[in-house]
Design a protein around this ligand. Structure first.
Ligand code: COA
Length: 416
């Protein structure tokens, strides 16, 4: 059976949106407000549908994104989203076709990589994607965390600043700069657009009911905004008339350690709150160790977050910084032909270059296994132990770790 795979036009957007809803198991009804809200923000030239007898049976979309790398530079990425195939047409290669077209277009455009957040772990490795960052969500039992319940605001230890309640408008004003500052010192942060801030603060149409969170902003002693937290709370009381409320943190962005500590202490000291869930945090977040009793924090989720597909080895490995000097010959296998070949990476704190080489390989690896190394998250020694990287030169994996790993693990704050 032959299907037509192509970019959609404006008149097909509602049907495309409906097909996407079917794939994501959401009611297949598209209100006018949804079309009016989404269409102006949709790049139709990168919004693909698969047509079977005129009906859209698969959807796929990509958009231009910036991903921070080690040292704060940004990589140009094709961010993949809206991927669905109708249950009536699954496992006939439709995802594979749409992905191949979009990756080829991204390579042609000159993007360094493609990115996505995977619904299920096993889907995307075959297309050369690998996990570049992980996420951890904790739940904190405040009844045993040991925090001082008399805490009444930031102390000298918290930078001597202050915390004020805020609102969505102020967060939309102050948040983007805080987000950018975090991206400048941490890899894996994907840019949050003005629309992302609107959606995240209830300033745009939402198909789901919106509940306004509480916002609190941290200001340093000199009055500079250094962070904020957005959290929701339920309203629960035990039979014994004890408050047993949970604060669900939706966003906590801080640009100084003092602000970060103060904001966590704040959320963990709100009266009536006995439990905090942290939302998406980097796996080595400070929070658990900030608790006098770190065992009060229990991991709810630990999972892959940002998947990255290297399209150009030089464009991914040259812009990042390196704490030490070293070189590596990477022999990359890439069935799709985008990033394959033997690459010489020569790096130092002064800069890095990636050039084609015929020198003997240090490491032989599939393109998907470049992703966990690219932003410094994963250990090459560990990947070699898994049999995913072949160490062609003895000791090369340990050398790669010295060169590529970073003290701060990447953190991808945003789902797209
Ligand atoms: C995931 C989904 C898009 C796959 O589409 P599809 O057209 O069936 O995929 P393809 O036929 O192109 O599959 C390509 C390969 O990936 C495999 N694959 C696809 N989905 C998979 C999954 N969920 N788990 C494991 N393997 C999967 C296929 O078996 C196939 O393997 P093969 O080449 O060895 O035969 C589709 O099942 C779907 O819409 N699921 C629900 C929505 C969803 O999860 N979307 C992804 C959001 S990130």
């Amino acid at each position: 059976m032959s299907f037509e795979v192509r970019a959609i036009d404006e008149s097909e957007f509602r049907d495309w949106q409906r097909a996407k809803r079917v794939g994501f198991l959401r009611p297949p009804v598209v209100p006018d407000e949804e079309v009016a809200d989404r269409l102006p923000h949709t790049d139709l030239s990168r919004t693909y549908g698969v047509f079977d007898r005129g009906r859209i049976v698969a959807t796929f979309q990509s958009f231009a994104q910036q991903v921070s790398t080690v040292g704060g530079a940004n990589l140009a990425a094709a961010a993949v989203t809206g991927v669905t195939v109708s249950p009536t047409h699954r496992r006939r290669g439709l995802l594979g076709r749409m992905m191949a077209d979009d990756l080829a277009a991204a390579k042609e455009r000159g993007d360094a990589c493609a990115t996505l957040i995977a619904a299920e772990y096993p889907i995307y490795g075959r297309f050369g994607f690998g996990v570049a960052s992980w996420t951890t969500v904790w739940e904190v039992d405040l009844t045993r965390a040991g925090f001082d319940r008399r805490w009444s605001g930031p102390t000298a230890e918290d930078g001597g600043g202050r915390i004020d309640l805020s609102d969505g408008a102020e967060i939309r004003k102050e948040g983007p700069e805080l987000h950018r500052r975090v991206a400048a010192r941490r890899a894996g942060v994907t840019d949050r657009t003005a629309r992302g801030w609107d959606v995240g603060t209830g300033n745009a149409y939402s198909p789901d009911p919106w509940t306004e969170p509480f916002y609190a902003v941290y200001r340093s002693a000199s009055g500079e905004v250094e962070g904020f937290v957005a959290y929701g709370a339920d309203d629960k009381w035990s039979d014994a008339k004890q408050p047993v409320n949970t604060a669900n943190v939706r966003d906590l962005i801080a640009v100084t350690p003092a602000a970060e500590r103060a904001l966590w202490r704040y959320v963990c000291s709100v009266d009536w709150i006995t439990r905090v869930t942290t939302g998406n945090r980097p796996p080595h977040d400070v929070l658990p160790l900030l608790l006098p009793d770190a065992r009060a924090a229990r991991v709810l989720t630990h999972a892959d977050m940002l998947w990255l597909r290297v399209l150009d080895v030089a464009k991914v490995f040259e812009p990042r910084t390196y704490a030490t000097e070293g070189s590596l010959v990477l022999d990359v296998r890439d069935g799709a032909g985008f990033a394959g070949g033997r690459h010489l990476l020569e790096a130092s704190p002064q800069g890095a270059s990636v050039t084609p080489t015929t020198a003997p390989a240090d490491l032989v690896l599939d393109v998907a296994d470049l992703a966990p190394l690219a932003l410094g998250d994963e250990s090459a020694v560990r990947l070699a132990a898994l049999g995913r990287i072949e160490e062609a030169t003895a000791g090369a994996a340990a050398r790669a770790d010295l060169l590529l790993r970073t003290p701060l693990r990447p953190w991808s704050m945003d789902i797209f």
